[in-house]
Ligand binder design. Sequence first.
Ligand code: KG4
Ligand code: ZN
Length: 357
Amino acid sequence: MIVLGIETTCDETAAAVVERRDDGRGRILSNVVLSQVSEHAPFGGVVPEIAARAHVEVLDTVIAQAMDEAGLGFDRLDGVAAAAGPGLIGGVIVGLTTAKAIALVQGKPLIAVNHLEAHALTARLTDATPFPYCLFLASGGHTQIVAVRGVGDYVRLGTTHDDAIGEAFDKTAKLLGLGYPGGPQVEKEAAAGNAARFALPRPMHGRKDADFSLSGLKTALRLEAEKIAPLSDQDVADLCAAFQQAVVDVVFDRLRAGLRIFRAKFGAPTALVAAGGVAANQAIRKVLQRLAVEAGTALVAPPLELCTDNGAMIAWAGAERLALGLSDGLDVAPRARWPLDEIAAAQGALKRTAAYK
Ligand code: KG4
Ligand code: ZN
């Protein structure tokens, strides 16, 4: 089964062709990602209207390149998948409408993929991870701990009450005058900093639930920075190190609670799976490894280019759904908001998942 996947929910215009074999194994035939970072950088964040226009300008070329690199014509596809949300609605409309046009002209099934579901299922593309596993999704827009029990069967165990972790990294970078996106910059600065210099809070520490809160940490950091302004290079490095260490501690505590809830509700997970751009952070990866060992499970952390937004994850999620006989009508609507546990057809998928490896 060969599926084209299109991703346009944020600031990456991406298309990929992925094969899903009958034994459930995946293979990426092409994976083209065009980042809009340079267009948003002057504004210190993603500007929705600029993103939508940029998607319109380059999506056709990106899709053509993905098909070309896969060495296939559209007639060889078994389905066309696009991220139908959640995300910036202008961009989502661009990707979904393009997918509809290709599906209509080529007479192929359309699969409207939930962007979060695509992050959630990537571990099956890269590592054929069996269900059920515990997903830690941390990106610029989302921070969630999810029990992934089957295709279309997701139970959210924890989420953030305010900022996403990536967003907190981005805001910290902005506050300290570092570039966008902030995560990689903060990580780089932190390497030369002294985390112990500032006492930052660890919000939600010790709570039984698995929820996050990052806004208090961000405010505490701002107050510390204001106290010692103007900031020297070493001040910036120390603040970054203190911030990153606080986030690492928060992730450890909250995810540990999440794994505990997972085990109580669903038994032992087959793996702890990392997804989202924040999983690129080496300090976070290290803490995930520690947690996996403590929980007696494996850590599955897909390669960085598959942790951040890409078309392969959309194509793969489309193929997983198609393999279950799930596809969508051409009238399917784009969705700015689309929580993971509200996935349509979950009931149908749930029944079939029992017989599905
Ligand atoms: O998954 P992603 O590419 O896009 C979204 O769906 O949001 O994640 C982007 C986010 C940004 O907030 C970025 O600052 C963060 O991931 N990020 C990092 C690192 N690399 C990217 N955060 C911390 N450390 C990093 N090395
Ligand atoms: Zn994402």
